[in-house]
Design a binder for this molecule. Sequence first.
Ligand SMILES: C[S@@+](CC[C@H](N)C(=O)[O-])C[C@H]1O[C@@H](n2cnc3c(N)ncnc32)[C@H](O)[C@@H]1O
Length: 315
Amino acid sequence: MIENFKTEIDLGLSSTTKKLPSKYFYNKKGDALFVEIMNLPEYYLTRSEFDIFKNKTQDLIQHLGLEKNTFFELIELGAGDGTKTKQLLKSLSKENYSFNYLPIDISHNALSLLKKDLQNSLPKVLVHTQQGDYFEVLASLKQSNHPKVVLFLGSNIGNMEDAVAAKFLKNLAANLQTNDTLLLGVDLIKAKEIILPAYNDSKGVTAQFNLNLLQRINDELGGNFNLDDFDHAPEYNEREGIAKSYIVSNRSQTVHITATGNTYHFNKGEKIHTEISRKYNDALLQEIIKDSDLHIQTKIVDSKQYFADYILKKQ
Ligand SMILES: C[S@@+](CC[C@H](N)C(=O)[O-])C[C@H]1O[C@@H](n2cnc3c(N)ncnc32)[C@H](O)[C@@H]1O
């Protein structure tokens, strides 16, 4: 992990347009900041998807084709704190469905908190956590022949460029069996006035979350970033339907990272791209699944129609 971290950071900071992978946001501090973000008034995404999970649980269960007498594996990619999933787990457990819950996350800390939480709140649910990068664990899904339901929530898919998302879904589908399902949560295209504040809250928590990536480089790779010399700068392009987060250098400066042995120069105003959050509509979703064996079964939206959970079936 540390070797990959070092290599990817060096590569990203050495390229002409500087970038850092968003998966490295999630250390202990980043996990806690993201939980704070989910509760912010501006961050509508979690509330919208929670609305679906809380108020349309039976629709989800029905469209996922779950049956009480057939054991299945409920696999979640990038589970985080599982706030929304717990609504579904609660119903499945109460109604005596037979299943195991298998959350996968890159953050060891997030998984151990989630496991502890579920042991207390839903002791009947069998939980097997797997720490790893979801790009690298898909092949392991083939290890069992049980029917599978895969959850990929929170519009995490939107953190991938379209071509990467299409390849990821194709690969995911190739590791599933016929009739397995994917519950894919995506944020829908809407006005800039609603979307941009979700990445630029008034309390500055998202700014802290973004800049924590530099702190993590300081802590784990011996960097000497001064966080005061950098600002959080989100953008939303309404035509493309894509929000992008940047860290901007507010002065001309150089930063040294001991682990890479390199020094990086930043011009005043130079941007480091840290995250993409693509927004979707039906056509854009069709585009990223068209090369996979996944077909849309149904789409469930929240009461404000901000967010959609698509249920896709492997053919
Ligand atoms: C934005 S949070 C969303 C959490 C949850 N899915 C939700 O909807 O509330 C992203 C989660 O995905 C995890 N994650 C990000 N990139 C990952 C990767 N490449 N592989 C595995 N987990 C990843 C993070 O650790 C974090 O828990």
